[in-house]
Design a protein around this ligand. Sequence first.
Ligand code: UGA
Length: 425
Amino acid sequence: MKILIIGTGYVGLATGIAFAKKGNKVFFYDKVKQKIKLLGSGRLFFYEPQIQSALIELLNTPSISFHYDIREIPKDVDAIFICVGTPILRNGSTNLNAMISALHEIEKNFIANTTIVIKSTINPKDYAEIQKNISLERFHLAVNPEFLSEGNALEDTLKPARIVIGTNDEYAKNVLEKLYDSFDAPKIFTDPLSAIIIKYASNSFLAVKISFINEIANLSEKIGASIDDIALGIGLDPRIGREFLKAGIGFGGSCLPKDTKNISKYAKELGQELRIIEAAYKINERQYKIVIEKLNKHLGSLNSRKIAIFGLSFKGNTDDLRNSVSLKIISELQKEGAVLKLHDYKSFEKAKKIFRNLLISNDPYTVSKGTEAIIITTDWKDYQTLDWTRIKQLMSGNLVVDGRNILDKNILRSLGFWYEGIGRK
Ligand code: UGA
């Protein structure tokens, strides 16, 4: 099939590359010329190793091509996947500008009978708006939410836990059925609104799980219990499952905070409060403060105290800084007058553009030098295998606040660190 992908972020690239690997011809279109030029030279503008190597493999083959002029793309593509960003506004509603602009370009440039597939996350109200901006007599419309996780984007797309297709249009259903035929995953064919809610409910459920375990961790800390054992004890019940029970400083990223806020606002407009989802969001909004409280407990005032932040991206294995809890902590510590040094393996260059006056490095030893405390804010696995004996010698103090519970507390304590996790004994 001939597929057009509009939007070349994580979702667009992972989706398009997966279809190309399955033998389709994929055209990528993005308005931002710089992005297309970079991709055309085999480079990504974010860190995502699986997509990077697949891009190199497919580049200069007939399977993929990159365009910033939509008129270069054949008018008779079988399906157009809209994968543009749908960020939220301050009030929680969706900013549909990129989506509407994509729909107008489709309307102008493509022939009738093409199937338009909405991959971007949109709520039911947005869907109604989308329907107003495309002639449904000319085009077929479907919703096909994505469930990929950054850091594992291509693998998640090629081997998804499920494929959800929401459409009332038989033609669109057939096109997508054929396109996804070779994907070995359960397929759910449903109506558009149900597909949309599956996406929001999935992300919200993950958010609820995280906030739930964080509340239990906070309790566990008060009574001197161990959250690691508790999470294991809960998670081994197959009805609950072990995933997303890692306690810490809370969830960040471009999806969980945004989607929980967006769906809560949408439901409220209908007169229904989504109380559990709202609670998960609110708990998350303050969970990071636990780190500040721990620092205050050990160091007193943070004014002029030298502190290292280990991890800037919203989770390990990505350089994405969007809604990173680490950035919230940095901003709070700056307000308190702390002297900060920042470390990240991949996002340190991006971070330099935000924090121009701070020392930022990809070398944890340089960052540790002379600091009184280290805070682990991102779950980079590499922190587990650092030479902590060397770090202890480089520091002027001995406090480690592990906001992601990834270090072995017994080892750190035996090396002379004052170790604090989240909900760990
Ligand atoms: C999330 C969902 O997991 C994907 O299924 C979904 O497709 C995606 O949003 C999306 O809507 O596009 P992602 O934003 O890449 O994926 O990140 P997650 O792996 O879900 O992690 C989100 C945050 O939760 C991170 O800050 C992570 O550190 C935190 N987290 C995760 C915890 O604090 N504890 C856990 O047990 C798991």
